[in-house]
Design a protein around this ligand. Sequence first.
Ligand SMILES: [Fe+2]
Length: 319
Amino acid sequence: MSGQPRPGRSCPFAYRYGAGALAAPAQLRADTLWVVGGLYGNSCALQRVLADFDAEPGDKKLVFNGDFHWFDVDPEEFAAIERGVSAHEATRGNIEAELARPAQGAGCGCAYPEWVGDETVEHSNRIIERLRETAQAFPSAQQRLAALPMFLVAEIGGLRVGVVHGDADSLAGWGFSQEVLATAEGLRAAERTLDAAGVQVFASSHSCLPVLQSFAGNRALINNGAAGMPNFARTRYGLATRISVTPSAAALYRLPLGAVVVEAIAIAYDADAWTARFLRQWPAGSDAHASYYARIADGPGYRLEQAVRPTGDFARIAA
Ligand SMILES: [Fe+2]
């Protein structure tokens, strides 16, 4: 293999920070934190997130942890996503990084692993080109996106939470994907990054499927999959992460960590309205339609039971 970057496969050097960078004082504190990753330009999901968060009582913060743009190639849709997201905390995803400051040879910046097929990678590289054309009409948005941090540390009920897009080392890392966390080696590596970052919880996104993995020492990793796409077979809702001193009656699953709960909550957006908006921007035959329409219509081949993984799984896999 040559040393040349492969568009959509390589991880740009600028995306790397290392878990030790998170071993820093918390930048935000609240009793409740929502982490909303992978909105993917779904303006119906954005409306639902903002309405549901508005109804959340008490001292609260919302972080959009990257990839809030993607399907929103219509300028009005792009502007709507910008307006909604910029009212809250946000960190950069690889999509925002590539919109703001394209890295040479990065393509979509997804750093797709080998288990993702070449066709999907090629579709994504062409989607980012279309989206870049839209973003060029919004120079102030591009500047804002370029200035967003790649991660942040929050303190919720005394518990340190590392909010990242990919994994503990890189903006587009796949170390917190359900696939890597299904291996003993992946679990050990993730546990080491909890140590290195000095956090009890990592909240991530990027790899598109959700997982809530418990670790020894009252620690956990939660990946919300996508807020703007279905995450489970035969469903049509997105997911967000909620970390709070008070449990939510609406949580789909949760893990208590001392005085704090780590939860997955449904983002029950208007799926028919979103499907119409998606098809208007990405009709049959388009790149996004080829890669995503089946999932938007009927969910991925993944079940809720597969996402919830107690600490005991580590022993089972390692055995
Ligand atoms: Fe991503």
